[in-house]
Design a protein around this ligand. Structure first.
Ligand SMILES: Cc1cc2nc3c(=O)[nH]c(=O)nc-3n(C[C@H](O)[C@H](O)[C@H](O)COP(=O)(O)OP(=O)(O)OC[C@H]3O[C@@H](n4cnc5c(N)ncnc54)[C@H](O)[C@@H]3O)c2cc1C
Length: 313
């Protein structure tokens, strides 16, 4: 295959370091799930104007949040990263408002050897989701230098695969590609979103609107626990949806982006192998067995190629 190598250009990193965070102000905090769900996810926008962070980030990067208070060692809490869900020009058009898609981490756990159960409430995600418009928040960043759009987006087509809040960078990238002030990008763009229930879809109305308005933008939703019908996961969906995915993934123009739940990349790596295109998107370790049979340790050694961007957490 005569692949077109992507050129990503420069990006800035850590212009605001965790030791010296700057103060941002929340300007929006809105639930962004499609319906009632067992999860709580909010779109949160933060004004960073007047700080070195303003205008420093690109779509696909992350920013850091430092929750207030001290940890058990009496030190400030460590920074948590959140993917930017805005385009490079921010929510405001001038790079002064950054945004993310934050899911509250809430869980139950049992003490070993005991029937007693406790509620585990993630520190930073719940702090961020509790903030009100007008509240101050300590922010850092930007972080991440690989999960970027190419400098000239028209040279490529795109397959974006998201699970859960992995949708965040794709909202920013889709805005960058489709709402560009110089006109929408005409490349073929496929967004594949996997969630447990239909009500867990994020920004669903906006993505549907974009798909209606732009014939080159295709919004695929994959539900893993439907009330009726078959369970489906993103990798399975791509394998079974022969048209267009087999053609698009075999094209030398295509870039593949994967973002979301740690482990989701394994199924996608296997599907690339099953379609005979693993060498295009992955650097396989020498002498590695077929990925269908490979153990977790072997899959962990696989590095994406410059046509595959992976951000999992
Ligand atoms: C590059 C990157 C981008 C990210 N982007 C996003 C994003 O866009 N949106 C988003 O919501 N998140 C995102 N995250 C995750 C985010 O950084 C935080 O990890 C997440 O919000 C949880 O932080 P927390 O402070 O609420 O939880 P913490 O208080 O830090 O708790 C999490 C820790 O608690 C442990 N834990 C989990 N459940 C339990 C339990 N039941 N009992 C005991 N311990 C438990 C886990 O092992 C984990 O280490 C991203 C992470 C990375 C690395």
């Amino acid at each position: 295959m005569n692949t077109i190598s992507p050129v990503f250009g420069e990006c800035q990193l850590n212009v605001v370091k965790p030791k010296e965070p700057v103060v941002g102000r929340v300007v929006d905090s809105t639930p962004c799930l499609k319906g009632r769900s067992a999860s709580y996810v909010r779109h949160i926008a933060i004004d960073i104007s007047g700080t070195p962070l303003a205008g420093s980030f690109r779509a696909g990067q992350s920013f850091g949040v430092i929750p207030p208070g001290l940890n058990e060692k009496g030190k400030p809490h460590s920074v948590r990263l959140y993917s930017i869900s805005a385009p490079t020009w921010g929510e405001d058009g001038d790079g002064n408002v950054v945004s993310t898609t934050c899911k509250r981490l809430i869980d139950e756990y049992w003490e070993e050897g005991s029937d007693e159960h406790h509620l585990f409430v993630g520190l930073c995600s719940n702090y961020l989701c509790d903030l009100k418009v007008g509240d101050e928040v300590l922010v850092t960043g930007p972080a991440g230098k690989r999960f970027l759009l190419p400098q000239d987006p028209s040279h490529h087509d795109y397959v974006f695969v998201a699970t859960g809040t992995g949708i965040a960078p794709f909202r920013g990238m889709a805005k960058e590609l489709l709402e560009n002030p110089e006109g929408p990008c005409q490349s073929e763009i496929h967004l594949v979103v996997g969630v447990p229930y239909g009500t867990d879809l994020m920004y669903d109305a906006w993505f549907s609107e974009m798909a209606d308005a732009h014939p080159n933008f295709h919004y695929h939703t994959v539900i893993s626990r439907p009330e009726l019908g078959r369970r489906m996961y993103v990798d399975q969906y791509i394998v079974e949806t022969t048209d267009p995915f087999h053609r698009v993934l075999a094209s030398e123009r295509t870039l593949l982006y994967i973002c979301g739940i740690e482990g989701m990349q394994n199924g996608i790596y296997r599907l690339l192998e099953s379609l005979g295109v693993a060498d295009e998107y992955l650097q396989l370790p020498d002498g590695s067995p077929s990925l269908a049979e490979a153990d977790k340790a072997t899959i962990k050694r696989i590095k994406p190629s410059d046509r595959c961007m992976v951000e999992v957490y």
